[in-house]
Design a protein around this ligand. Sequence first.
Ligand SMILES: Cc1cc2nc3c(=O)[nH]c(=O)nc-3n(C[C@H](O)[C@H](O)[C@H](O)COP(=O)(O)OP(=O)(O)OC[C@H]3O[C@@H](n4cnc5c(N)ncnc54)[C@H](O)[C@@H]3O)c2cc1C
Length: 430
Amino acid sequence: MKEVNYNTNISLYGEYDIVVIGGGPSGVCAAVASARQGMKVLLVESTGMLGGMATSGLVGPFMTNYDRDGKEKTVSGLFDEIVSRLEKFSAVIAPEKVDAPSLYTSFISRYHRKLTPFNPFYLQIVLDDMVSEAGVEVLCYTKFADCVLEDGQIKYVILAAPEGMLCATAKTFIDCSGIAAVAARANVPTYKGSEESGVPQPATLMFEVDGVDTEKYAEYAARPEYPVKAYLMPTSKRYKVNHYHVFSVDAANAKSLTDGHKSARRQVLDAYSVLKDKTPGFERAEITNVASVLGVRECRHIEGEYKITVNDVVEGTKFNDRIAVYGYGMDVHRRSEKESGNFKVEVANRYYIPYRSLLPKNCSNLLVAGKTICCESQAVGGMRCMPAAMAMGQAAGTAAAIAAKNGKPLRDIDINELQQQLIKDGVILD
Ligand SMILES: Cc1cc2nc3c(=O)[nH]c(=O)nc-3n(C[C@H](O)[C@H](O)[C@H](O)COP(=O)(O)OP(=O)(O)OC[C@H]3O[C@@H](n4cnc5c(N)ncnc54)[C@H](O)[C@@H]3O)c2cc1C
């Protein structure tokens, strides 16, 4: 491609302790956790709402926050707070009340105990409340575009806002973009998709239908051959549909995303007609909501201080610097038409995420949280889910605040201090 040199001065929007890029489950929790520690925080989100895949992507329910056997909690902290705030709007079913298999789990039983169905509009309201109460400054409709580096650190992030290009500076930056957008521009080594093939997990365009005759569907849906995966939401006639796959979409490439999203729209029409024509109970159902962004399961993974392995997830390696615990299976969707499905390897009842996996190589004032942490692509299959992403975000925000308060580099913070603060804030580490 021909290159054009473009030099210009950009307005400095502000100076912060912490700038978080990406307002999805990990980013909101990172921003709230650091602001509650007294930090001046800017949260930058490219869409018009907070919540990431949970809202603009219409992904749900929240996957389990319990161990593999569904007996004891693994994720609490800000996740629990979000659930209890949603309860005030009657916009959630608490995980304790969701058994598997059931309509809430699309009749899947393996690893599907204790999920949390929620209403994505009320989640937007809850997240708005949490960031404003914590004093986080939020810029939606603003996209991280690039960064200016100095001595192996990010000095400024360059943001494409509706009013033009802006920049912001901070002591620490947290990349919660779901595509490691900041890391990739900050010279952090990254790789895409699976290590072997470079192919990502497939994408899916989520949608909701309302007006389902749930009693009729319940009798039918438990059959093994039922055609489309639909998850009951907190209201009795409304379902989220998570079904077809678009293969090989590169979410770090505009053309690939555009083409993938276009194919996915056609798949929504197909899935809807299968539901209406072939699924008892859906005869009068209508599409009421289609995600505004394509559901991207996997894009870049960063290289960091420690790469979590499949073996760590299978054995439940208990890292000394653990910052989160999870128990959901390695849910790696087939990367091509020819492959078979998910959950190929059994996980430990509880497995652990170390702080070092949030620390990228080559950039000393950046943390990464959410589905792009340093982890083998198969191993991240479970911990890419939203409760784990929230737990990682909470840990990253807390760590950034501790580093800023003590005037220490992110790599040198006292892990014991971080863990004690997380436990104080309701996080489970054992
Ligand atoms: C189809 C599908 C089904 C899934 N099913 C489930 C499920 O049932 N339960 C479950 O718990 N998990 C599920 N997941 C996984 C889960 O949704 C994600 O892994 C999780 O949302 C990851 O959180 P995150 O914060 O890392 O990233 P995201 O949710 O992707 O959030 C990233 C945010 O960053 C923003 N962003 C991106 N680039 C920029 C930029 N340059 N500048 C500013 N902002 C930017 C995005 O707009 C987004 O808001 C599913 C995922 C998909 C795609």
